[in-house]
Design a protein around this ligand. Structure first.
Ligand SMILES: Nc1ncnc2c1ncn2[C@@H]1O[C@H](COP(=O)(O)OP(=O)(O)OP(=O)(O)O)[C@@H](O)[C@H]1O
Length: 743
């Protein structure tokens, strides 16, 4: 295209994109006006209030969505061959229509079926597309475009990897990293698109090497599913599970940037309402807690709390002594257990039988023949209210809480030994007992959840309390609105700023104040919530007990599990997907694979591939999309040299991010040395760096990373594959044979 031709075409694109923004502004103003009107309505019947709540949520959501698409509103255009139904279609972050022209689409949502050829069409299989255009823009200005003509003469485009929109893709990949993940909506590749749009039902495992876009695909899939199955999923919600809070912060902006706020992002440690279990413990202890056999240990621990007297329990009652013998209690216990109710609800049966026996005994002492039915009822009621009787019943069948049982179990060697019976060797029991600090750890959460099931935690009270609070919040919000109604300016300033709407925390608070919680928010407060779809990232890290918890949250088994068995760091994590999943779905799961590495340049991947060959010889290293011409460097030296090395890296990445990755045992020392060095620098253990990426990575003491755990080579593989541009290794001890290629 000549430069004049290019400028004219650019001007035409700008004109079209400007009309789209004008339309977007109009939609925003309309949603804002409707929200204002809704908020100004107060009082009315309960039904009117409910309708108002629903409308408020709808317009607030719409405003959030319209606000989120400002950057890169339209990013693509498809021109179809002349004989097709469509001529030209613009693809963007949401759908816009011309109401005055029979709702003609002005912009097609990337998730709509019509948009699919944008991601799938190739020269060999053009799907009616003549030309695919990627629009580049900065704020509302179109700065350029890249065209691909999809005819067979161009069939060798995209090297051997079959890349769509290669220029736009490479431009996206070469961006400096900011420390927050971005969406990839404009450059999704065909193998990723197939996974994003796979059907909702069933368990799909996505196996892919580092940097193949598993996280990106998982998040875009959440957005796609919510768009395509909105009705079904907004009521039950979608859960996205990530490995730790650093990772959740890293991915936190992707879904809002795609206009979706109804997804619960959580770590396993956050899936027990009321806890954010972030305590630290040894990998070995976490591994033991993650074993499936713990379910049996916990069941024993609960049963062990259902006791019988050895041989007789004496209870003081009214200047006399009642005796509870072993047989009476054993019979009551058997009946309560046979009811198959959890411990706390079953207690009622046990208590009732024991009270009957005590009533009979007390009656005998008083002279049974003289008593009528009412007398017996009175005696029973008195016994039930008696402190000594209550204490005796509690010693035999106490009311339990999950936290109490787990605490007691780990704090008491004998109790643990009895519950673990022959299930856990003594050394493993010792691991559970030692090293507990005051905080619950992520590995405790599935145990607490298991106990909650076994105990049958009665959350009726909590539910009643929640409802009461919601009613109060609503009354309060109405009060506020009544006051604000008299001052519209304040309403505008204090209540309706779009920036407020987009701030997740404020948004959540406001949602609560309106007592119109989204499914995700309600789910976060409810242990027994079951989700419409569950997505797990870094799924290879989950222990058997973690899987048990997640399967409870997903009884319909509609799940997307993404991960890489070559990166498993947790001692109890997956060696193979089949092994991890078979207890729950047998072989009813399907495997998809991602093969192209978008993150790590070829020079770095060549080093990592050597490590992979040792870790998982059966896996093929993903092919890198890019080369940088910069070989990884390696030096031998001391940690004290890090400030100099890091300064050089910061300047080499020119405003980008640098990470120093260290073995766990070096973390304190290195973060002390580099603590307040530069805000673009992070010091992380390899475990914490999982799933993240940086422009430059300096790996310290690789030999200690390898020696640090039975899966040390997997950890080394993770560390080597975090960089988007540069990698350096500082060796302080022994050479690692797998890194000999670095010289
Ligand atoms: N189609 C794409 N277009 C643009 N960027 C992409 C694309 N696919 C992946 N990326 C980028 O590649 C990088 C790696 O993606 P992501 O973190 O999702 O990989 P991953 O498979 O989860 O890696 P890991 O296993 O190491 O956690 C990210 O910066 C992501 O934005």
């Amino acid at each position: 295209m000549s430069s004049d031709g290019f400028s004219a075409e650019l001007a035409r694109e700008q004109a079209y994109v400007t009309t789209l923004y004008t339309k977007l502004d109009a939609e925003r103003a309309d949603a804002q006006r409707r929200l204002d009107e809704t908020l100004l309505q107060t009082g009315g019947t309960p039904q009117a209030r409910t309708e108002r709540d629903v409308a408020t949520t709808r317009y607030t959501d719409r405003l959030a969505q319209l606000g989120s698409v400002e950057q890169g509103l339209a990013f693509g255009r498809l021109d179809f061959v002349p004989e097709s139904a469509e001529e030209t279609t613009y693809i963007g972050r949401l759908g816009l229509f011309d109401e005055d022209d029979d709702y003609r689409p002005l912009l097609v949502d990337w998730r709509a079926p019509v948009a699919r050829p944008f991601y799938l069409a190739t020269a060999a299989s053009p799907e009616g597309v003549r030309r695919r255009r990627h629009l580049r823009s900065l704020t509302r200005k179109v700065t350029g475009f890249d065209d691909e003509i999809l005819d067979l003469t161009a069939a060798d485009q995209g090297q051997d990897l079959g890349l769509a929109g290669e220029a736009a893709l490479l431009a996206a990949l070469e961006q400096r990293r900011t420390g927050e993940m971005s969406d990839i909506v404009a450059t999704i590749q065909a193998e990723q698109d197939r996974i994003i749009r796979a059907p909702l039902g069933g368990v799909m495992v996505v196996q892919g090497g580092p940097g193949t876009g598993k996280t990106a695909v998982a998040l875009h899939r959440a957005a796609y599913l919510l768009y395509t199955h909105r009705q079904q999923l907004t009521t039950r919600g979608v859960l996205v599970v990530g490995p730790n809070s650093t990772f959740l912060r890293y991915i936190g902006q992707v879904l809002p940037s795609l206009g979706e706020t109804g997804v619960l992002l959580a770590t396993i440690g956050q899936l027990y309402p009321g806890l954010d279990a972030d305590g630290v413990e040894s990998r070995e202890a976490a591994e033991v807690k993650g074993r499936l056999v713990l379910a049996e240990v916990l069941a024993n621990a609960v049963r062990d709390r259902q006791r019988v007297p050895e041989p007789v329990l004496e209870i003081e009652y009214e200047h006399d002594v009642l005796k509870l013998d072993r047989k009476t209690c054993a019979d009551a216990r058997t009946r309560a257990r046979r009811s198959r109710r959890p411990h706390n609800p079953a207690r009622r049966l046990f208590v009732s039988d024991v009270l009957d026996a005590l009533t009979r005994q007390a009656a005998r002492k008083l002279g049974e023949d003289l008593l009528d039915g009412q007398d017996l009822t009175d005696i029973r009621a008195e016994l039930a209210a008696d402190d000594h009787v209550a204490a005796a019943l509690n010693s035999l069948w106490p009311v339990l809480t999950p936290e109490g049982v787990l605490d007691d179990l780990f704090a008491d060697r004998e109790r643990l030994a009895t519950a673990a019976r022959k299930l856990l060797p003594a050394a493993d029991q010792a691991l559970l007992e030692s090293g507990r600090d005051a905080h619950w750890t992520p590995a405790d959460v599935p145990l607490l959840d298991e106990l909650a099931e076994l105990i049958g935690v009665d959350d009726t009270e909590a539910r009643v309390e929640r409802k009461r609070r919601e009613r109060e919040d609503r009354a309060y919000a109405e009060g506020v609105l009544d006051i604000l109604e008299q001052d519209e300016e304040i309403i505008d300033e204090e209540l309706l700023r779009v920036s407020d709407v987009l701030d997740a925390e404020l948004f959540a608070e406001r949602q609560v104040a309106r007592s119109e919680l989204t499914a995700a928010q309600r789910a976060a407060q409810d242990r027994t919530w079951t989700f419409g779809h569950v997505i797990v990232d870094e799924a290879q890290e989950l222990s058997a007990m973690d899987w048990r918890l997640l399967m409870r949250r997903s009884p319909n088994r509609s799940m997307t599990l993404v991960g890489d068995v070559a990166q498993t760091g947790a001692a109890g994590g997956a060696r193979s997907w089949g092994e991890a999943l078979s207890p729950y779905v047998a072989d009813r799961w399907r495997l998809e694979e991602l093969t192209v590495n978008y993150r790590t340049p070829a020079e770095i991947m060549a080093v990592a591939a050597r490590v992979l060959a040792e870790v998982s010889p059966e896996l093929v290293a993903p092919s890198s999309v890019r080369e940088t011409g910069v070989p990884p460097w390696s030096v031998r030296g001391e940690v004290a040299e890090l400030p100099g090395l890091v300064t050089a890296e910061l300047s080499a990445v020119d405003g980008g991010t640098v990470a120093v990755l260290v073995p766990a045992g070096r973390f304190e020392e290195v973060s002390g040395l580099l603590g307040s060095f530069d805000e673009r620098l992070s010091v992380l253990t390899v475990e914490r760096a999982k799933g993240l990426e940086f422009d430059s990575v300096v790996l310290v003491a690789p030999d200690e990373v390898v020696a640090g755990s039975p899966r040390g080579l997997n950890d080394l593989y993770v560390a080597l594959t975090r960089a988007t541009r540069r990698l350096g290794v500082l060796t302080t001890g022994d050479d690692v044979p797998a890194l000999s290629v670095l010289g």
